[in-house]
Design a protein around this ligand. Structure first.
Ligand SMILES: Cc1cc2nc3c(=O)[nH]c(=O)nc-3n(C[C@H](O)[C@H](O)[C@H](O)COP(=O)(O)O)c2cc1C
Length: 200
């Protein structure tokens, strides 16, 4: 177990996140993968992985199809949670908060950084809806490749976009060999971050 991460409270949980991320990104195989929890309007939960590549003081961002299950749930129930697990470091970070929709200019900017294949796939896929067989999807992607060449200015699909999770709480967790693990939670109280140690 690598012990390069330290648990002591910082003034601001975002700097805590950034310090950990800076360390783990050099050796974790997929540091940007986080489990995203959403819930339906009736409170039925659903969790899946997304890539969180960008963040700031305002929040943590991911991109997806807004007609997908997660997209539809977030449009009616803005509560969301993200959890990162960096196995080689025995570390977990959790955030909870509410989401907002990322502005179309930022969505377009991110869209343009995606590979040709990823853009074609996002255009082809009505994410989370059934299709009779996989060949139909492959054929749809091939058709789109005939319409949009590698160098063409491919439009952002209508339903594709991004959400930003605005954290109200962060939790940092570090493994202890005797399972007396370390946990520190930060809660936003009237605009100020308050930290507390939680029992494992
Ligand atoms: C490592 C990893 C990263 C993923 N990143 C994304 C992502 O950034 N956006 C996305 O829409 N789906 C991503 N997926 C797929 C989702 O986990 C999920 O299958 C898909 O978004 C449909 O989820 P939903 O039906 O709950 O909306 C990723 C899957 C894995 C395994």
């Amino acid at each position: 177990m690598d012990n390069q991460l330290s648990i002591g409270a910082r003034a601001n949980p975002l700097s805590h996140f950034e310090q950990w991320y800076e360390t783990v990104q050099n050796s974790d195989p997929q540091p940007d993968a986080a489990s995203l929890g959403t819930a339906s309007i009736d409170g039925i939960p659903s969790v899946r992985l997304v890539l969180v590549k960008t963040w700031s003081e305002i929040g943590f961002e991911f991109f997806t199809n807004q007609k997908s299950r997660k997209g539809q749930e977030l449009l009616v129930n803005r509560n969301a949670a993200l959890t990162w697990h960096w196995k080689g470091f025995g570390a977990q970070v959790r955030i909870r908060g509410t989401v907002s929709i990322i502005e179309s200019s930022a969505v377009r900017a991110y869209w343009n950084t995606r590979s040709y294949g990823s853009r074609i796939s996002a255009l082809a896929s009505a994410q989370s809806t059934p299709i009779p067989h996989r060949e139909a999807l492959v054929e749809k992607a091939n058709q789109l490749k005939r319409v949009y060449g590698e160098d063409s200015d491919m439009p952002v699909p209508d339903n594709w976009g991004g959400f930003r999770v605005h954290p109200s709480n962060y939790e940092f967790w570090l493994h202890d060999p005797d399972r007396l693990h370390h946990r520190i939670e930060y809660a936003n109280v009237d605009g100020k971050w308050v930290s507390m140690i939680l029992q494992p």
